[in-house]
Design a protein around this ligand. Structure first.
Ligand SMILES: [Zn+2]
Length: 391
């Protein structure tokens, strides 16, 4: 890092601390944070578009700095955090404490500081003579399935706003990331027919039928490992499938009527998680006739928990080159975690993931982001304000 980098502004740090002190775990309302952003922008004469969840307890915020200019570059961040129940923290997760050049607290790295640094640059963006606008897109419920940003993207489409590019500020240590896998999670409920365990032929064992489908998932996972073309750069260079929870049964001598399990696919950008899920559904359909021959009404039902598409950008995208230039970083990287990037990309907006802090600290006890990383992010944003073109 060049030693000439200006230090993080007091205002950006104060905003980051105040955001960390708001408990915006995904289950909670994020309105306190959204309203602070809205009010700060209003002072500068910038209007915010808010899109809400069904019960109006959470909102996305979209704002354009440089109204009247052609559409421009989105700075995208999520306002929610994961919880910290059961984690051993040595600092209060809501303290926003600064110690030894690091800002501590839940959401400090993932990813409230990015939002704070972006907001602190609002006046610079407004004063910018860049020929394109800057947009803020701050979402709710990213951590539990990227739910909020879907509303935001739909609102942009309905309003005819067509941004040219998107920078998702998830923690990549300020190295532009151009791909990640998807995350597709499902719940499967198996309804069998209970009986005394001495009378198994009159029963349908829900656990055993669930296990057949679990076995299918395992076979599929082994198939990905055996057959998929390798995608260099990922820690695991093929798609994966995994069963994360399994529940069923009430007693040793009762054939279980119910079983439930949850599973996920993490598909390569070159694979297709929806086709994987179709294979599971098709296998379930082949198991049902034998179940229903014993007892009608038995079978499998499925529920989608989340479907976060994979993301595949490009070294050649102008937004990737822009991020490389602004970050002073010739490399690009791939990341192992899901983000909103695939949703922006699938909406036709060239996207890159680049933000301060490391995913190593995200979701962990004593989460922190270094002030050094935030200073780099600030320089990135200042460079964006001074840019004449995207690329
Ligand atoms: Zn995040």
């Amino acid at each position: 890092m060049p030693s000439s980098l200006p230090p993080l502004s007091a205002r950006a740090l104060a905003l980051a601390q105040s955001f960390v002190r708001m408990n915006t775990v995904s289950a909670n309302s994020n309105l306190e944070l959204i309203h602070v952003v809205r009010d700060e922008l209003q002072k500068l004469g910038v209007r915010s578009r808010l899109t809400y969840n069904a019960d109006k307890t959470k909102a996305n915020l979209f704002a354009t700095l440089g109204e009247g200019k052609p559409a421009g570059v989105i700075l995208s961040g999520h306002t929610d955090t994961v919880p910290w129940d059961g984690q051993a923290w040595s600092v209060d997760p809501l303290s926003g404490e600064v110690r030894d050049g690091k800002l501590y607290g839940r959401g400090s790295a993932d990813m409230k500081s990015f939002i704070a640094v972006a907001l602190a640059q609002a006046e610079a963006f407004l004063a910018s003579s860049a020929p394109f606008a800057i947009h803020y897109a701050f979402s709710y419920e990213e951590e539990i399935g990227c739910f909020g940003v879907r509303e935001l993207i739909a609102d942009l489409r309905d309003a005819g706003i067509r941004p040219l590019a998107c920078i998702v500020g998830e923690p990549t240590s300020m190295v532009p990331a151009i791909a990640h896998k998807g995350v597709y999670r499902y719940r499967c409920c198996v309804r069998g027919k209970e009986a005394h365990s001495s009378l198994t032929p009159q029963s349908v064992n829900a656990i055993e039928m669930a296990a057949r489908l679990v076995g299918k998932l395992r076979d599929m996972a082994e198939g990905f490992e055996r057959e998929e073309p390798r995608y260099a750069g990922f820690d695991v260079p093929f798609s994966t499938a995994s069963v994360g929870q399994f529940h069923g049964g009430i007693a040793d001598n009762v054939v279980p009527r119910d079983a439930e399990f949850r599973y996920e696919f993490r598909d390569l950008p070159t694979a297709d998680a929806q086709a994987m899920q179709q294979q599971v559904l098709a296998h379930a359909r082949t198991l049902e006739p034998a179940m229903q021959a014993v007892a009608p009404g038995t079978g499998f039902s499925f529920e989608t928990i989340c479907e976060i598409p994979s993301f595949l950008g490009s070294e050649q995208d102008p937004v990737t080159r822009l991020a490389q230039r602004l970050a002073g970083e010739p490399r690009t990287t791939l990341v192992a975690f899901g983000t909103e990037a695939g949703l922006f990309k699938n909406a036709g907006i060239p996207t890159v993931v680049c933000g301060p802090g490391s995913i190593v600290q995200a979701h962990q006890p004593d989460e922190y982001v270094s002030l050094d990383q935030l200073a780099r992010c600030q320089a990135f944003m200042a460079g964006l304000a001074a840019s004449r073109e995207i690329g």
